[in-house]
Design a protein around this ligand. Structure first.
Ligand SMILES: *Cc1c(COP(=O)(O)O)cnc(C)c1O
Length: 396
């Protein structure tokens, strides 16, 4: 059982072949090992496997060949030494953060985080005696000021969900390292194609594979990528013992998703760029934020840090919540849902859904106005999408 891709192959090639452990039956597509565990040939063999003295699988909470293939393909894509798959993106974020701290430690995080990620650092970790300071991510001085002697880990997301604010990964990584802390980056919005946090100095990258990596709205999944040392000392034991394991079935779906990831993300980004260019000065929009537009407030940093724009657009619809609701309800093709990175174009109203639990002031700090609509651009024809959006905006 060997992988059929070489490390010097191009990304597209590795995304089709890397990690594929073909069995002696010679199947073309990756085999799905939908099994909870594995048989030992003898009692002695079982003993040796538990002592880690004999290679092989024992139980799918620890490892599974289909999950391994997904992890290897993700590590190759990200340029990481090691990867560990999880049941969802939130399981990845939680394991990465919990695995790094203990009571008395402190974390610093950007305040513009995906709602559940912010809950993990702001509400959950403090229950166990881990302090948390939230900062205005784009301002590097705020990170520096937040550092304490007991600071162990930094967390950020860029571009942020949903306001598409950009944070300087290399700048924050340098501050973290100077403080003896690590930096974890939630890279969901950029996708592994457009931003390489590890190359920019981050210590750990997390994904919700539910988004672009599946890309067709089928299953949940997550992955943590870092050095072998980081994985083995900080997250491996937590994952094995607490059990947020990725189902082999979902790993298989995600493996197939990785084969087409570049095709989908490039097309979705090209369509998003066309929509942003066509709509940026629309009279029914207070503002359109898109990382590929020259008027994005951090356009210079985007050019330095990212190799592509985004499949996501933030539309600030005139008329606040009422205007946004009229727009959402008038869309015919684009549907209201909270997934993103999907083949189907989807819209979300963050202020009343994903970020509902925050106060209006907190939402304001995160750049989430009552009129803000998050648009995830799918694979439909760009003219059909533009017609749907333009038609719905007439109702605002
Ligand atoms: C969706 C998302 C998550 C959580 O992922 P799940 O797979 O839904 O658990 C975390 N971070 C970001 C930026 C996301 O968009």
């Amino acid at each position: 059982m060997t992988s059929s891709s070489a490390p010097d192959h191009h990304l597209e090639t590795r995304l089709v072949h890397e990690g594929h452990q073909r069995t002696p039956l010679g199947e073309t597509s990756e085999a799905l090992f939908l099994t909870q565990g594995f048989i030992y040939e003898s009692a002695e063999s079982a003993e040796r496997r538990f002592l880690n003295e004999e290679p092989g699988y024992s139980y799918s909470r620890f490892s599974n060949p289909t999950v391994d293939a997904f992890e290897q393909r993700m590590a190759s894509l990200e340029g990481a030494e090691a990867a560990r798959a999880t049941a969802s993106g939130m399981a990845a974020v939680t394991a990465a953060m919990v695995g790094q701290v203990q009571a008395g430690d402190h974390v610093v995080a950007a305040r513009a985080l995906f709602g559940s990620c912010r809950w993990v650092v702001e509400d959950f970790l403090p229950r166990f005696g881990v302090g948390c300071t939230l900062v205005d991510g784009p301002d590097l001085n705020r990170w520096r000021e937040a550092v304490r002697p007991e600071t162990k880990a930094f967390l950020l997301e860029t571009p942020s969900n949903p306001s598409l604010e950009i944070i300087d990964i290399a700048g924050v990584a340098a501050i973290a390292h100077e403080a003896g802390a690590t930096l974890t980056v939630d890279n969901v919005f950029a996708t592994p194609l457009f931003q390489r946090p590890l190359a920019l100095g981050a210590d750990c990258v997390v994904y919700s594979a539910t988004k672009h990596i599946d890309g067709q709205g089928r299953c949940l999944g997550g992955v943590i990528l870092a050095s072998t040392e980081f994985i083995e000392t900080k997250v491996q034991q937590f994952l094995r013992m607490t059990g947020p394991s990725l189902s082999p079935f979902n790993a298989w779906v995600l493996l197939k998703g990785l084969e087409t990831l570049p095709l989908r993300v490039e097309r979705q980004t090209a369509t998003a760029t066309h929509l942003a260019d066509s709509l940026h000065d629309h009279p029914k929009l207070r503002r359109l934020t898109y990382p590929g537009r020259p008027e994005h407030p951090q356009a210079e940093l985007i050019r330095r840090q990212m190799s592509g724009a985004s499949t996501m657009i933030a539309l600030d619809v005139r008329g606040g919540k009422e205007g946004a609701f009229r727009f959402l309800n008038a869309l015919r093709l684009i549907r209201i849902s909270n997934n993103l990175g999907d083949a189907k174009s989807l819209v979300t109203h963050p202020a009343t859904t994903t970020h509902q639990r925050f106060t209006p002031e907190q939402r304001g700090e995160m750049g989430i106005s009552d009129g803000l609509v998050r648009l995830s651009v799918g694979l439909e024809h760009r003219d059909d999408l533009l017609a749907d959006i333009a038609g719905a905006l007439t109702q605002v």
